[in-house]
Design a protein around this ligand. Structure first.
Ligand SMILES: *Cc1c(COP(=O)(O)O)cnc(C)c1O
Length: 472
């Protein structure tokens, strides 16, 4: 692409993106295509001759755009609502242009050092001590995988050299989490060769927090049965209801039992920067590792997960491995990011987070997180006042779990009613919400996290839910 064409098309894209970010409201939030529609609308083989960007972009709008579910839509309330904010999008654009691989310090000193600086900024904001070293991965799933790999490295002698299978003298390993924990913990134990049976899910209390007494007795029982407990995962902001596990108490048990404590704060960790919310990470300062996702609730385009570890040496001893062609000598000791993870090449992700943090400033970030929590409390208050709906969990952050109810309906009928309600409101195209199960009960879930979401959007969601529910 010659420079003039690039300039022209980049300007056009900039205009398109500016309109999109300001006006995504005009699209149905949940894509209406059926399975196969997009694939069938595209040629089965690549073009033999190059095509103009005009033609390519026309197809983006005509074919692909209808197949987009608009995560940047102010009516997106499903899963965890997110925002790819302007400064974050610009950071991605620039990062793609530079196209650096920050595997070694010398392959882009700025990428390595900016990552250290922005992760230190974020660490201070959420109140973790300097003993935590940070590294950026793509997702929380990857961060947790590295945490548990480090736990395995520390607990099993010579696991790096000898692995696990077929070894005498290595008992079966146990990892603990609650029954509310994210599936990424299951996937991590699968990948680390511990097997799914190694993960013991501790029951949660009536506010969906891990029961510490049940954890303690599970560990006792497992030790008696010959298991070796190696780690516990505490969650701050569980995926279903955003409950907060008693991290400090779980941490005490981990210290006593010489187990690794990993804190999964993928969604809610950022809330610790909001005045009055510091306590949500109480006890996390004692953890071995913690993950928080700026791509979830800090206005940074997907993907960017921040992994903090007090024992990054354990991550290094699990993963660092330098082939001859990557050996370097610098004027002073440097950090090579390829040593703290499984990936060799890595994108310059820190750039977008740096732009986001500078654009909003600390006060701006705090104000917006606080606003999202205010909107969630507002919605929860409407649910609480209503005779036709009930709330199913506390609202510590920006997610509300609730359901429609009717006098005289049994549990199964209430579940069917809510399944149909979910289906119908999502078909309307103005809002998109998702669901979960909380201790067996089907719950609708409204999550606020988009910068464009206003009081009016939340009120509209409530109006639609009530109107649709009354039709059944
Ligand atoms: C979203 C979420 C994850 C997974 O995040 P990815 O970055 O998509 O891997 C893990 N844990 C919790 C608590 C989450 O909310």
């Amino acid at each position: 692409m010659d420079p003039d064409t690039f300039r022209r098309e980049a300007h056009r894209l900039a205009d398109w993106i500016a309109d999109y970010l300001a006006g995504s409201r005009k699209y149905p939030v949940l894509s209406r295509v059926r399975p196969g529609d997009i694939a069938h609308a595209l040629p089965t083989a690549p073009p033999a001759a190059g095509e103009s960007f005009d033609a390519i972009f026309a197809d983006f709008e005509r074919v692909l755009l209808p197949g987009i579910t608009h995560w940047n839509h102010p009516g997106f309330f499903a899963y965890f609502a997110i925002t790819g904010s302007g400064p974050g999008v610009l950071g991605e654009f620039l990062s793609a242009a530079l196209n650096v691989q920050a595997m070694l310090w010398r392959t882009s000193p700025a990428a390595t050092e900016l990552e250290e600086v922005v992760l230190s900024w974020l660490r201070q904001l959420i109140g973790l001590p300097p003993a935590f070293e940070g590294v950026i991965y793509d997702t929380a799933s990857m961060s947790t995988l590295h945490a548990l790999a480090a736990a395995r490295e520390v607990a099993v002698p010579a696991v790096r050299a000898k692995g696990l299978a077929g070894r005498a003298g290595v008992p079966r390993l146990r990892v603990y989490c609650s029954d509310q924990t994210h599936s990424s913990i299951d996937k991590a134990v699968l990948l680390l060769g511990l097997g799914q049976e190694s993960l013991r899910k501790i029951p949660s209390d009536d506010e969906f927090r891990m029961r510490v007494d049940a954890l303690a007795s599970a560990i006792r029982e497992d030790r008696a049965d010959g298991w070796l407990p190696i780690a516990a995962v505490a969650t701050v902001g569980t995926t279903s209801s955003t409950s907060v596990d008693p991290v400090a108490e779980i941490g005490e048990i981990c210290r006593r039992e010489s187990m690794w404590l990993h804190v999964d704060a993928a969604y809610a960790g950022v809330a610790a920067m909001v005045p009055g919310y510091e306590a949500i990470l109480r006890g996390a300062e004692q953890a071995d590792s913690l993950v928080v996702n700026p791509h979830k609730w800090l206005f940074t385009p997907f993907d960017l997960s921040a992994f903090y570890c007090r024992r990054m040496d354990a991550v290094r001893s699990a993963f660092s491995l330098t082939p001859e062609y990557l050996k370097t000598v610098e004027a002073a000791p440097v950090r090579n990011l390829m040593d703290t993870g499984i990936q060799l090449g890595r994108r310059f992700r820190a750039l977008k987070l740096w732009m986001v943090m500078r654009h909003f400033g600390v006060d701006g970030l705090r104000a917006r997180l606080g606003e999202h929590m205010r909107l969630a409390r507002l919605f929860a208050s409407w649910v609480d006042e209503s005779e036709e709906f009930e709330r199913l969990a506390p609202v510590p952050f920006s997610v509300v779990c609730f359901r429609a109810v009717r006098k005289g309906l049994d549990e199964a009928a209430i579940e069917r009613l809510n399944e149909r309600l979910l289906e119908t409101v999502n078909q309307d195209g103005e809002i998109f919400i998702s669901h979960t199960k909380l201790h067996g009960r089907f719950a609708l879930r409204l999550a606020i996290g988009n910068l464009h979401t206003t009081d009016a959007d939340v009120a509209r969601a409530w109006e639609l839910l009530q109107a649709r529910a009354r039709r059944f």
